[in-house]
Design a protein around this ligand. Structure first.
Ligand code: ZN
Ligand code: ZN
Length: 137
């Protein structure tokens, strides 16, 4: 059942990623408690109230105007940061998002795709003792 829940959460993250308006990469994120109850979700998109990345960044320059999926999921959550959480992402978090997630109480990271650069993130997870789990859905 636990494996099934992991896959379902990653499928929801994947659905959320389809709403992304980033010209570079579409990412979805779901944050749950340790019993897989959904706390929050998000996808990457432009700063609230501003034009879409796909409309103003056709050259796909980096960094773009987008708020990352993990950042949006955290912003939309009203859970206190001390509660232990799991995160489900379509692409492994960038270094900044990883730091935010860990400080937000995330204890385990489930993901579908590798990020283009993730050595630093994996090292931090290892040093802090955070599990990472790549799942095929
Ligand atoms: Zn973007
Ligand atoms: Zn990020």
């Amino acid at each position: 059942m636990e494996n099934k829940k992991q896959v379902v959460m990653l499928k929801i993250a994947s659905e959320l990623s389809s709403l992304s308006t980033c010209s570079r990469l579409k990412v979805g994120c779901v944050i749950t408690d340790e019993k897989f109850n959904i706390i929050s979700g998000g996808y990457n998109g432009s700063v609230s109230g501003y034009k879409h990345c796909k409309d103003i960044n056709k050259e796909k320059k980096s960094p773009c105007i987008c708020v990352h999926a993990e950042q949006n999921a955290i912003i939309r959550s009203n859970q206190e940061f001390k509660l232990n959480k799991f995160v489900f992402v379509t692409t492994f978090p960038c270094y900044d998002c990883l730091k935010l997630l860990l400080s937000f109480g995330v204890k385990k990271i489930f993901y579908i795709n590798n990020y283009r650069k993730m050595e630093k993130q994996l090292e931090l997870c290892k040093n802090i003792g955070i599990d990472t789990c790549r799942v095929n859905i």
